[in-house]
Design a protein. Structure first.
Length: 257
């Protein structure tokens, strides 16, 4: 049995018994890990600082390869992210990113780049109060790349920028300008405006991402593109529960054009 020391972000907590709970943590060194925390439901009296969802912690646990559930040992709080917990839009945005990693990764599959991009997104959402959807889309572009099915945006789509974009190929992760078969399972409708927005987000900083403005119609289409892209590339994925709430949270006060 090995003692592992690493840092991670708590993606999910759930009760295990009257006094214990399970943490699912995405760690810097070991990927996603499920930990049994004995006495974890006793709250701050036993664990001052809190082992709560979305906290970033440094921790140690005992690892045994034959177990799906590892034994938690100790932790220190690194960041509780009080900023993004202050409003619903940012909090749901972060929950959606946590759910994405929870559903799109397997246990003990290390992905240091994904961890770095997750913490960068959390830091940005904690500090930047506006346009959480733009910060989310930028994070998802990084997540897709880190998971092995990135969206190609650096070059002009296939035949050049002068021709109108009329689709997005989910299988190959690229926008298309030629006439596409609408019945092809991997092709969905898209526009040059969507390509331009995502291309800008792929190249800018998080601070610059909030400069963009989108209509409700375009925003919903971008949400649909990301949802379909992740579903296509993650076998067995049915839905992201938190993703479904986001369009109404982001644009409920806008009148659709």
């Amino acid at each position: 049995m090995a003692l592992i020391e690493t840092e991670g972000v708590i993606l999910q907590t759930r009760p295990y018994s009257e006094s214990s709970k399970i943490l699912v943590i995405f760690t810097q060194q070991e990927g996603k890990v499920s930990l049994l925390v004995k006495g974890g439901r006793k709250g701050v009296k036993k664990f001052p600082g809190g082992l709560e969802t979305l906290n970033r912690v440094s921790m140690s646990y005992y690892y045994k390869s034959a177990r799906d559930l590892q034994n938690f040992k100790a932790f220190d709080l690194i960041q509780s992210y009080a900023g993004f917990r202050q409003d619903l839009a940012r909090q749901y945005t972060v929950l959606s990113l946590a759910e994405t990693i929870l559903l799109c990764t397997t246990d003990c599959d290390a992905n240091a780049a994904l961890y770095e991009d997750l913490t960068a997104a959390l830091d940005a959402l904690d500090k930047i109060p506006s346009q959480p959807w733009a910060l989310r889309w930028k994070a998802l572009l990084h997540f897709a790349r880190d998971l092995g099915f990135g969206i190609t945006l650096e070059a002009a789509p296939q035949d050049g920028e002068t021709k109108p974009i009329n689709g997005f190929d989910l299988e190959n992760g690229r926008f298309i300008v030629h006439h596409a078969d609408p019945n092809h399972p991997s092709v969905m409708q898209a526009t040059g405006e969507i390509w331009g927005i995502l291309r800008f987000l792929s190249r800018c900083t998080y601070e610059a991402a909030v400069r963009i403005a989108v209509s409700q119609k375009v925003g919903r289409r971008i949400e649909t593109l990301f949802l379909n892209h992740f579903r296509y590339h993650v076998p067995g994925l049915k839905r992201f529960e938190s993703w479904g709430k986001l369009p109404e949270i982001y644009w409920s006060n806008e009148v659709s054009p």
